[in-house]
Design a protein around this ligand. Structure first.
Ligand SMILES: Nc1nc2c(c(=O)[nH]1)N[C@H]1C(S)=C(S)[C@@H](COP(=O)(O)OP(=O)(O)OC[C@H]3O[C@@H](n4cnc5c(=O)[nH]c(N)nc54)[C@H](O)[C@@H]3O)O[C@H]1N2
Ligand SMILES: Nc1nc2c(c(=O)[nH]1)N[C@H]1C(S)=C(S)[C@@H](COP(=O)(O)OP(=O)(O)OC[C@H]3O[C@@H](n4cnc5c(=O)[nH]c(N)nc54)[C@H](O)[C@@H]3O)O[C@H]1N2
Ligand code: SF4
Ligand SMILES: [Mo]
Length: 742
């Protein structure tokens, strides 16, 4: 087996500029591997190809997979360190049962008996729906499909939802309303062909580092770059136009841009009249939305709005992308629709270099949201309340309609129902809500009050600490399967090793619980590929149609783009080439998106905007990255970004310990004085737990359509930390260093 021939310096020289100029170290100091397994990174929605180096059933390192077409070997700092999780000393190696004093190890039989008896007891006493399930889309397509079927047919509950409710649902809601399909319209290969790239609410350089390569390619060909973000993110630093708006004001900006497109007649009239619905209403709705009006709301100048409209409007080609900055708001769906309106008005979609897409966040955020662990959805992106959709899935699953539960509660609503005692028990796989749910103090009360709580995880997440039973599950590289990347490319995940100790594959755990619940006849499989075969059939005829996709094809073609409705169908990299949407009328639906304020806006008591997001070195709730020393050394814990003008006005200094407060909680952290943020806004990354959790401060307000929480806007105030708060913070920070491996 070839050893890596590149030194670290060579690697950085070759790939460096594309991984955000970050140091990459220690990647090739490993013994000769037994095998190199071509698979994908377990973290974000880019699903970068990677070769894992395996020796003695351990992943000991990696090598770049240069043939994989999306990333051609490039990886970000999380990707190069991901392999360190597999035999990390913190892996849970046995089932654990709560005792008076902590947890004790148990056999699988004892732990599963307890889980099943508790599920039965709660359901007999309070009804089937009193037991809920929460899931996550770091899980493969096979596991996502299994979870959906498991909750409905093994637990027989309607209350199943997933962490995409905190992530992609506003994008999905907007895309379905406009296009009738929930997918990025183009693959990333259209980005380099665009003459304008528009990025709204996304810190691509830190969150999707390997995607920036595509933007640089467009830039090399002369493309203009427009960025909308309250912060000067690394990509915003390189933009031609940076619209540094107030948090929560995107739809006003987009209405003003549309007003300008119409006023200057930068409108594709053929496209809007022949292929769109709702044009006249939309046009009338922005008549008064002048740049002056929006500039006042957004806190920017009207001139830059006019300039941006003048770049976007007459362009021949363009690619617009957005992510959680615009989506994680109570107006998430409206914000998304207001951006789609800019794309449709100019008719630049469905052609080479004319693209649009949400940048899906989680590893299998795209596939996971298609195959059934959303409370309102069935496989193939079918609607759980549509009688025809239900009938099809009932046929595939061999059940009557009466046996298929209807729509249940969305994630935040489900935790609220647990808090209120309406739902008594929960099985949680692949989610760490004690970090990632808004208003974590409320969530802690919720977890404490539950009658029975079971978590399946490979690390002891902060949420798992509240469980009655913890079942040791498997990592990405411990099961075969598939995942669908943010550009809708179905990728093949390879099992490189088997789970260590007594840990089990997630699939085996779920199948065994189903068996013990007496429901094994619905789950006649033992291997993920058998689940995939059923998924193909279950998705057939849905918008997310995978019927023509096989493992062999994915491997041969290095990914297949859905919809792929028949064996032999080439897959669909670019949607809408025929100028038809997936709505029943085939039209693109334009929607009026009148601006309305965020749930909580600054006032005299809480005068600043509070917004949250990510750092390049950590992933989501941090369970997987806070344990890796290289990542912790580079970004040990949360900080509060504040503009120097505001810091000077408040008499605060760089690195001083401060306390940020909202109506829901307080967080004491070091101040990071930086010019890269608006002077009326502070930003805190959210990857940490308990007293370091940014979500102690966020609001539980939801978008009315998508039920996405408003992670991106709240009102806060900042003061110097008290001596007691400072002592606690120093302790918490020291503990973070200890948590990381040596
Ligand atoms: N390093 C790293 N990468 C990741 C992840 C991670 O945890 N760490 N997570 C993955 C996942 S699941 C996701 S969802 C993605 C998230 O990817 P992104 O959405 O790109 O990341 P965020 O940091 O959540 O937010 C993006 C930007 O929104 C801005 N913002 C805040 N409020 C507003 C607003 O009102 N309007 C606008 N226009 N912008 C606003 C913030 O300043 C921030 O720079 O990243 C994925 N990749
Ligand atoms: N304030 C604020 N809050 C946010 C956000 C924000 O921008 N600001 N972003 C939101 C977004 S976009 C997201 S996606 C959520 C994410 O929130 P979570 O879903 O809570 O985050 P994860 O860290 O992915 O949690 C997954 C847990 O499952 C485990 N896990 C990972 N993979 C597997 C697997 O294959 N099998 C099993 N059994 N377990 C696994 C991990 O160890 C971890 O404990 O956070 C949301 N919360
Ligand atoms: S960009 Fe995303 S998928 Fe690629 S290496 Fe980084 S975290 Fe992994
Ligand atoms: Mo996400």
């Amino acid at each position: 087996m070839a050893r890596p021939s590149m030194s670290v310096d060579d690697y950085v020289e070759k790939y460096g500029p594309h991984i955000s100029d970050l140091p990459v170290t220690g990647w090739n100091s490993k013994p000769e591997p037994d095998a190199l397994v071509e698979t994908h990174c377990c973290f974000c929605g880019m699903q970068c190809g990677i070769k894992l180096a395996v020796k003695d059933n351990k992943v000991i390192g990696f090598e770049p997979w240069e043939e994989f077409p999306f990333n051609e070997g490039r990886l970000c700092p999380k990707g190069v360190k991901r392999y360190m999780q597999t035999h990390h000393p913190d892996r849970i190696l046995d089932p654990l049962i709560r005792t008076e004093t902590g947890f004790r190890k148990a056999s699988w039989d004892e732990a599963l008996d307890l889980v099943v008896s508790k599920i039965r007891a709660i359901q007999e006493k309070s009804g089937k729906h009193a037991f809920g399930m929460m899931s996550g889309v770091s899980l493969s397509n096979e596991k996502s499909y299994l979870v959906g079927k498991f909750a409905r047919l093994a637990l027989q509950t309607r209350n199943l939802d997933y962490n995409g409710r905190f992530c992609m649902v506003s994008a999905g809601g907007g895309n379905k309303k406009a296009f009738g399909i929930d997918r990025a319209a183009n693959t990333w290969s259209d980005i380099p062909l665009a003459s304008v790239v528009f990025l709204a609410g996304t810190n691509v350089s830190e969150c999707f580092p390997t995607l920036t390569h595509y933007i640089w390619q467009a830039r090399d060909r002369g493309a203009k770059l427009i960025v909308v973000d309250p912060r000067v993110t690394p990509i915003a630093r390189t933009a031609d136009y940076h619209l540094q708006i107030r948090p929560g004001t995107d739809s006003a900006l987009n209405q003003a841009l549309l007003h300008e497109l119409i006023r200057n007649d930068w409108v594709d009239h053929d496209f809007v009249t022949q292929h769109c619905k709702g044009w006249e209403e939309l046009k009338a709705s922005v008549e008064k939305c002048t740049p002056e009006w929006a500039a006042e709301i957004c806190g920017i100048t009207p001139i830059i709005i006019r300039e941006v409209a003048a770049v976007w409007g007459p362009a021949k080609t363009s690619f617009l992308m957005h992510a959680r900055g615009v989506e994680q708001q109570i107006k998430g769906v409206e914000n998304v629709l207001s951006l789609i309106n800019l794309v449709l008005t100019t008719g630049r979609i469905g052609r080479p270099g004319c693209g649009y897409g949400t940048i899906t966040g989680q590893g299998n955020g795209q596939g996971g949201r298609e195959h059934g662990h959303k409370c309102d959805q069935l496989p193939g992106n079918r609607d759980i309340e549509n009688p025809e959709h239900r009938a099809y899935i009932c046929k595939v699953w061999g059940i009557d309609d009466s046996e298929l539960p209807h729509k249940g509660l969305t994630a935040v609503e489900m935790f609220e129902a647990i808090h209120e005692g309406e739902i008594k028990g929960l099985l949680n796989i692949c989610c760490n809500p004690l970090v990632s749910h808004p208003d974590t103090n409320y969530l802690r009360e919720t977890l404490e009050g539950m009658e029975f709580f079971c978590v399946i995880d490979f690390f002891m997440s902060e949420t798992a600490r509240y469980a009655d039973v913890v079942l040791p599950g498997s990592l990405h590289e411990e099961e075969e399967g598939t995942a669908t990347s943010a550009e809708a490319r179905i990728c093949r995940l390879r099992a490189a090793i088997s789970p260590p100790g007594n840990a089990r594959r997630d699939t085996d755990i779920l199948l065994e619980i189903a068996r013990r619940l007496g429901r094994e006849k619905y789950f006649p499989y033992s291997e993920p590929h058998e689940i995939f075969e059923e998924l193909r059939v279950a998705s057939k005829g849905g918008t997310a149609d995978y019927y023509g996709v096989t493992y062999e094809r994915i491997e041969k073609e290095m990914g297949v783009f859905w919809p792929c409705p028949e064996i032999g169908h080439p897959g669909t990299p670019r949607l809408f080439e025929d100028k038809k949407s997936y709505q029943p009328d085939g039209l693109f639906h334009m929607h009026v998106t009148a601006y309305r304020p965020s749930f909580e806006v600054p006032d005299d008591e809480y005068p600043l905007y509070y917004t949250t997001g990510r750092s390049v070195f950590h992933y989501l709730s941090g369970t997987q990255t806070r344990r890796i020393k290289f990542l912790v050394d580079n970004f040990p814990g949360p900080v509060c970004e504040m503009h120097p003008k505001l810091a000077a006005k408040m008499g605060l200094k760089h690195r001083q310990l401060v306390t940020v407060e909202t109506r829901r909680g307080a967080i004491s952290i070091p101040l990071d004085v930086t010019e890269t943020i608006r002077p009326d806004t502070v930003f805190v990354p959210y990857h940490w737990a308990e007293k370091l959790a940014a979500n102690q401060l966020t609001v539980r307000a939801l978008d009315p359509v998508s039920k996405m929480p408003e992670f991106k806007v709240a009102a806060c105030r900042v003061r110097p930390a008290t001596p007691e708060e400072s002592v606690r913070l120093r302790k918490d920070y020291a503990a973070l260093k200890q948590e990381a491996d040596a």
